[in-house]
Design a protein around this ligand. Sequence first.
Ligand code: PLP
Length: 403
Amino acid sequence: MVQFSDIPVVRHVGYIEVNTAFQNDVSPLKVDLIYGTFKSEDGSNYILPVVKRAENMVVNDTLSHDYLSPAGIESFSKLACRLLLGDIENLWNDGKVFGIQSIGGTGALKIGAEFLAQHMNCTTVYYPDPSWEMHGSIFSFSGFQKKIQYRYMNRETIEIDFEGFCEDISNASVDSVVILHACGHNPSGLDLSKEQWRTVAEIMKERKLIPFFDIAYQGIASGDIEEDTWAVRHFHSEGIEFLCAQSFSKMFTIYNERVGNLMIVQKSGHNIESLKIHFERIIRSIYSSPPNHGARTILQILSNPKLYDEWSSSFKAIAARIIELRKALRKALEEEVAFKKWNHITDQKGMFIFLNLTDSQVEYLRNFHHIYMINCGRVNVSGLNFTNISYVAKAINDTLRKN
Ligand code: PLP
C-alpha cells in the first residue's frame, strides 16, 4: 500500500518560489515585478474605487446565501458575453451564444477543457511557445494526451514568428484544440495584427480546428475594451464555433474573488439546454456551484450605466499608465544600455514586458539588485514606477554586462 511518505518530493517552481524570496528580502531597494496585479505609484496593490463601492452595495443588498446554480448567475454571464461580442440579444435568445460563470479565467479554461475531453473526444491541445504557464497542465489534468506548443515568438528578435505559427497549426490534426491569447499575450506582450488574425481564422476553418480563446487583459492591451476583442469578434463573424475563457481578475482588480466566464459560440442553438446540462454536470463534480460575491459586484457595475462609466474611465486611466511606464522604461534603457535595441518594450502590449533574459541574468537581478521577476525576464509593468525605473534600468545594464 502506498503511504504518503512514498510520494516523490517536489518543490514549488516559478511564481511561488520567487514570491517567497521577495517576501523574505528585507532590502528597502527591493522591486516586485512578479505577479500580474496592478500596483499604484507607491508599489501598493491597487483596487479600483468603483469596485469597492459596488462591493458595499452588494453586501447591503444580499438577503440570502443560497447556493447559486452550477452555471452561476445568468445575467452576469450574459453581460460578460456582451463585453466580448457587443450586442448579443438575438444570439443569446437563439442559444447561439451562452456563458457559464466560472472561478476566474483558470476555472473557465478548466471546465472548457473537461467539456472538450469528455464530449468532443479531443485529445490534443496546441498552445503558444511561450505561454501562460498553466495552459499545458490544465489540459493534461483534464486528460489531453498530447500537448504541443506552437511557434509564436522568435526569441532572437522578440518578434512574432508568424510563419512558424501558421506552419505548426497547419499541421494540426482535425479536432485539435488551439489556445489563442485574444490580446495582451502573456508573457510575450506580442499580439497578432488584424491581417494575421484573418489568416489564422482561415487556417483554423480549413483544418477544422477548435479555437479556445483566452482573454485576461481585455482593455489593457490597447486601452480600448472593444478593440481588444477584435480577434474574438472576427472569428464570430466568420461563422466559426469556439470557446472563450474570460478572466475578470485584472479588469476589475478583483483577483481573489475569482471571477470569470466561459463563453461558447455555436452555429445552431437548438441543443442549448442539453449543452448547458453537460457543463453543469462537470461543474457539479468539481466544485458544485460558483461563489456569489465577486460576480455580483461585477454585475452591479456592468448593469448600472453610472457605475459602468466610472469603471470604464478609471480602467482607461490604468491602461494609459501602463503605456506611460513602457515609454519611460524604454527611454531609461536606451540611455543606460545603448548597445541593445529596446523598441520591443513599447511595441509589446498589455501588462507584461518580455525582456528575454536568461535564468542566470534573472537570478543575478534578484541576488545582487533585489529585483524580482519570473524566469525568462517577464516584468509586470505596473510594478515599475517613476521612482524605481532608473534603478531597474541601471541594474539591467549591470546584469547584461556581467552575465
Ligand atoms: N489566462 C491568462 C493568459 C492569464 O495571464 C491568467 C492570469 O494571469 C489567467 C488566464 C488566469 O486568470 P484568473 O486569475 O482569473 O484565473
